[in-house]
Each structure stands twice: as C-alpha cells, then as structure tokens.
Design a protein around this ligand. Structure first.
Ligand code: PLP
Length: 390
C-alpha cells in the first residue's frame, strides 16, 4: 500500500536543504577535520545545581506520573524571576509553560487565528515563526529586515489593509539569525503600531542573556502597555543550557495565555515533573554562571568576527545571540554555493542565509559553539584555503 502524507505536509519539503545536509553528514563521516558551526545547540554544560535538582526529582517515582499542570512553585519561580531580573510584575495566571519556545510558537497561530487573519513575520525569519502562522491557517505577510536599518522593521512599509487584518506580529531581539538587538525606541514604536491596529505582539526572547558589549538584555514586558497587547516567550534553553529539556514559558496578556492553555490542554498532559524541578532550581538559583557564560560567548564572537575581518572578510560584529551573521564574500552568487565550497575547501560548516527566507540570501550564519582556540584555527584554515580571494 502506498501511503501518502497529508497535502498540508508537502509545504515542508525542502529539497535543497536535504542536499546540503547530506553533504554535511558525508563530511562529518569522512573523518576529515570538520568545524561544525551550523547548529545552535550550546556546548556549555548545565549548571550543577540544576542537574542535581533534576536527578533528585527523578528519584521519586511519583514524579513519573502525568504532571497535568504547571507546579505552583514553578509558576511562582517564573513570577519572581521576572520581578528580580527585569523589574516586571506578572501574576501566575499570566504564565504557561510550553515544551520549548519552538512548540509554543508553532502552536500559537492555532490558538489565535481564524482563516483570513494575517500574521506579520520577519524576513529573515527564524523558521518556526512561519510554521505557527501556517498551522493557524493564517495568511502570511513578511516584513523585511535590512542591514541598513540595523535589521529593525519599518512599520510604515506595512500596507494599511494588511495591518488592519493582522492578528499577531512575531518579533524577536536579540534576533537569531541576524544577531541584532533592538532599541527602546523600537519597542515603543512597536507597541504604538500594534495598539493602532489591534495586533497582538508575540516577542520571542530566547537570547536576553546572550548580549554583548555591556548592552542590557531585557524583556519586552518591561515596556509600558506591553502586557495589554502582547506576550513573550522566555526560554531556559540557551540561558541555562537546557535545550534538550524543552522548557520555556509564554508570559503576558492573560487572554492570549488562556487561549494557549486551552489549546495545549487538548494535546499535552503537562511537563515532566523532574524538568519542572530543574526549572525551579535554574530560576531561583545563582545567576553568575549565566553572566560568565555570556562573557565566553563574547570571546567566541570576537574570535570569529574579528578573526574573519583580519583575513579580509568584512563581517559585522554580532550584537547578541549565540550566532554571527556574515555577508558572503565577493565572487559568490548565492549563500548555498558559498556554503558548499566552504565545506569542500575547509571543512567549515555554516548555515546558508536563505534557510531563513529570501532576505537571508547573500548571508551565512555561524553558531558560536566551538571554543576560542578552535575558532582561531578555523579562521586560519579559511585564510589558507584561498576562498576569500576568488
Ligand atoms: C529565535 C529562537 N527562538 C526559539 C528557539 C527555540 O527555543 P526552545 O529551545 O525554547 O524551543 C530558538 C532556538 O535556537 C531560537 O533561536
């Protein structure tokens, strides 16, 4: 019997990237020295007190039952964390856990949209943003993020009829993949725009703890009026090296939170209890490790961005996130062409910018997941390969 997946799933066929992945896998298996900077999984370890909380909780057989809900202690830990870290007052019914921001973003369109609604999405875009709109049967409108505007949107370029039909706008700073941060003025403008057209703001805040050069990494909810119109995804993945645990929170406007909770109650029986205990330990424990880790990412950022500039590749300094975003060197016609040749000549693996949408064409993204010494070595390998002198 020939079984075909649904037509809706055909949307996700990505032929070109499958080829790129195949090449990447072949290279990794070939035994050749590989510098894999394509995947954004932190190589830093989880903090000991967080690991111990998880282990201790896993020793109790009761913690293997369905949790069915967020533990009140965990919600309280999130509430207190937002108060101390960002000076933001939220109540526990303005918080829900999600199984990673990825899951929350993928489903938020289903909780909020009706056919005919529009979702405003950034281009370049973190891929799951589009998935959320697609799963919500919404029309997608992509707003451009251009380097000359420091990768911030120009709200005046969004047509009025689109803005009027928009249900929510996805925004994220510090932003993966473009590695830019947003100003206070930007958030004020965003809130004013959203208020004018009754648009919900969904702010993905995965990198508030990975921000460079002493710039403050805050929360969207710090801005006056934010909670009346928006929600924020707050992930423990990158700040606390808990990517595999899948623990994040959606925080803010209660009506949005209630809609997402209702949807989640239909397909989820709650977060694994030992993970909830690990989250409590992370949020209530010392945060000096988080700061120290940001400093290490900054050293890597410097090794990569300054290093590549020193060999004649003029790339911007990443302002935040655990990535760097680089214009492809002269002489190449596409991000994929450059990535393929870079892999062949140097063993360096990065992500072609068009994986994030049409505005990503002409760029590549490096994940800062290797130690400084290895990044120095990689820069030398790139230099010696002659790829920049094409
Ligand atoms: C911008 C952005 N949002 C969300 C995520 C997913 O985070 P989580 O691990 O909480 O699902 C990532 C992960 O790389 C990301 O870069």
């Amino acid at each position: 019997m020939n079984i075909e997946a649904s037509r809706r799933l055909q949307h996700f066929q990505t032929g070109i990237f499958a080829a790129l992945n195949e090449k990447k896998d072949a290279l990794v298996q070939s035994g050749k020295k590989v510098y894999n900077l394509s995947v954004g999984t932190p190589d830093f370890p989880v903090a000991e007190h967080v690991k111990q909380a998880l282990i201790k909780a896993a020793e109790n057989p009761d913690n293997f039952h369905y949790s069915l809900k967020d533990l009140p202690e965990m919600l309280e830990a999130v509430r207190t964390y937002y108060q101390k870290r960002f000076g933001v007052e939220i109540s526990v019914d303005e918080i829900t856990s999600v199984n990673g921001s990825q899951e929350g973003i993928a489903h938020i369109g289903m909780a909020l949209c009706n056919p005919g609604d529009v979702v405003l999405l950034p281009n370049p875009g973190y891929p799951v943003f589009e998935v959320g709109a697609y799963f919500g049967f919404a029309e997608q409108y992509f707003y451009d993020l251009k380097e000359e505007n420091n990768f911030l949107p120009k709200f005046e370029d969004i047509p009025e009829d689109i803005a009027k039909r928009a249900k929510y706008i996805m925004v994220s700073y510090p932003y993966n993949p473009v590695c830019a941060v947003a100003t206070k003025e930007f958030y004020e403008e965003l809130i004013a725009f959203a208020r004018k057209y009754n648009i919900i703001i969904v702010h993905d805040n995965a990198y508030s703890d990975i921000i460079y050069d002493g710039v403050y990494g805050g929360s969207f909810l710090e801005y006056p009026g934010a909670k009346e119109i928006g929600v924020e995804l707050f992930s423990l993945s990158k700040s606390f090296n808990l990517t595999g645990a899948r623990v994040s929170f959606l925080i803010g406007n209660k009506q949005v939170i209630d809609a997402v909770k209702l949807l989640r109650s239909q397909y989820d029986f709650g977060m694994f209890l030992p993970i909830q205990h690990a989250a409590i330990a992370a949020l209530t424990g010392p945060l000096d490790g988080v700061k120290a880790q940001c400093a290490k990412y900054q050293e890597r950022r410097d090794a990569l961005c300054k290093g590549l500039r020193s060999i004649g590749w003029d790339i911007r300094d990443s302002e935040g996130t655990m990535f760097a975003w680089a214009k492809i060197p002269a002489g190449f016609h596409s991000s994929q062409e450059f990535c393929m040749e870079l892999m062949d000549k140097t063993g360096v693996i990065c992500t072609p910018g068009d994986a994030f949408g049409s505005m990503g064409e002409g760029y590549v993204r490096f994940a800062l997941v290797l130690p400084v010494e290895v990044i120095h070595e990689m820069v030398t390998v790139i230099d010696q390969s002659g790829i920049l002198k094409k």
